[in-house]
Design a protein around this ligand. Structure first.
Ligand code: TRP
Length: 448
């Protein structure tokens, strides 16, 4: 079985070396695993919550997209898209908003921190807090649940949000799933081994500390940033404490085992800090030089990037569109036409409310369910390669021709032309099975 991995990148900044080592590099490596089905996306709706500068949003989307591609994300294997190209996400967000407890969202760290800050400053508790910030975790739940992700790699600050996605998904399953797991419940994955890179000043590398090393600046910018790395004042020739130096930690994050051993020995042997910085520059320039060229080429052709992202969105929507259709069904947003067709006016009671629901399976095949008046599943069709064949089978079942129903154990199957086209779930006992078959016959009986 494949594991679906999904994560979003908020598009408010320019990727730096810390993002690369902590998130981008491990994500790209993970996406190459044979059993991985990766969904990586630009969380540009989330960016709007934090940033009201259109130019910055736009620039950041472009830079982040180019960064992931330049670093080798294979868009034929992974699904790479912009959140804002998937209209099903905000639509699902609303369905989830209608089941998410306000109390649950009141407890979100990011929102609480803003309230606490307001209170501390003697302001109104909600001063400057938008509904976007308050509902942030619901939108994130929609991102995750839309694609039934199993694993969500995130930083520690996001664990709570993934747990909220679980809560909300579970609630939705319970309310509308009729015993079926509509949503897969996701799990947060924290990469324990991945280094949190120190920045120039030794604190965690972060845009908010202004201590970052650019990922795809020019060689000159890279050199200048490295020159600003804070070291102690030991003179050339004096032994250096490798483990106590964040320059060494930075080096370690990109060096082979052998390179690390050698660099440590040199530092302990008295290598000058200036020289040490040169070594780090060489190492990073080596690691990133080719990708930098690819990055610059991509950035200079934004129309090509647009095409790549739109193709990614189309791929994602192949899943999102039919799944949202199923979810709309589940909550009661259903076509009137289907109801009229099945019911055939105000005739038989069972027929009136028995429903065929067609959907697309994860593998892209076409299936349908027959639900009885109470919404219980009577029949799940086999997978059809095309929608037409599935449609024809469900039409034949409704056509009034004699039904070929075969009981097997505690379940039954329905046959057309000597082939099974669908199965019932297993019922508790023989009596329940008989009742279910009777309900099936009633639901599909020819209408007078
Ligand atoms: N909130 C995440 C962050 O700031 C970004 C994000 C948005 C995300 N939607 C997501 C991460 C869905 C994982 C899954 O890092």
């Amino acid at each position: 079985m494949t594991t679906r991995i999904l994560t979003g990148i908020t598009t408010t900044g320019t990727p730096h070396l810390g993002n690369y080592a902590g998130a981008i590099r491990p994500a790209i490596i993970a996406s190459r695993a044979a059993d991985a089905d990766s969904f990586y996306f630009l969380a540009d709706y989330h960016a709007l919550i934090k940033c009201d500068e259109p130019a910055r949003i736009q620039r950041s989307r472009l830079e982040i997209a180019a960064t992931w591609l330049a670093l080798g994300l294979d868009v034929n294997k992974a699904t790479f898209y912009r959140q804002s190209d998937i209209p099903e996400i905000p639509e699902l967000c609303w369905l989830l908003t209608c089941v998410a407890g306000k109390g649950l969202l009141n407890r979100a760290h990011a929102y609480k921190a803003s309230v606490d800050k307001n209170v501390e400053q003697g302001e109104d508790p909600d001063a400057g807090i938008t509904m976007g910030l308050f509902s942030y975790p619901v939108l994130m739940a929609a991102d995750i649940l839309m694609f039934n992700a199993h694993k969500v790699p995130v930083g520690r600050d996001q664990i709570q949000h993934v747990e909220m996605a679980r809560d909300i998904g579970q609630r939705f399953n319970h309310l509308f799933g009729q015993g079926k797991e509509l949503f897969t419940l996701p799990e947060a994955v924290i990469e324990e081994e991945v280094a949190t890179l120190p920045g120039l000043d030794g604190r965690k590398m972060s845009k908010s500390y202004d201590n970052t090393i650019p990922l795809f600046g020019t060689a000159k910018q890279l050199k200048e940033a490295i020159a600003r790395i804070v070291t102690d004042s030991r003179a050339p020739g004096e032994p250096k404490d490798a483990d106590g130096s964040h320059l060494f930690t930075l080096y370690q994050a990109f060096a082979s085992q052998a390179q690390q051993v050698e660099f440590r020995a040199e530092l302990e042997g008295g290598l000058a800090w200036g020289e040490a910085k040169n070594r780090l520059f060489q190492l990073l320039d080596n690691e990133l030089g080719e990708a930098r060229e690819r990055y610059n080429a991509l950035i200079s052709k934004p129309a090509d990037l647009e095409d790549i992202l739109l193709a990614g969105a189309a791929k994602a929507r192949k899943i999102a569109t039919p799944f949202l259709g199923e979810l709309r069904e589940a909550v009661g947003l259903r076509s009137f036409r289907e109801q009229v067709q099945v019911a055939g006016g105000e005739k038989k009671k069972a027929a009136k409310s028995a429903r065929f629901v067609s959907f697309r399976d994860e593998d892209g095949s076409f299936r349908f369910r027959l639900l009885d008046a109470a919404g219980e599943q009577l029949l799940l069709s086999k997978s059809f390669a095309d929608g037409k064949a599935a449609g024809q089978a469900s039409k034949r079942l409704q056509s009034g021709e004699a039904l070929d129903v075969r009981a097997e154990g505690q379940a039954f199957s329905v046959w057309l032309d000597g082939e099974s086209v669908g199965d019932s779930p297993a019922f508790a006992d023989a009596a329940a099975l008989d009742i279910a078959i009777a309900r099936l016959r009633e639901a599909l009986a020819p209408q007078e």
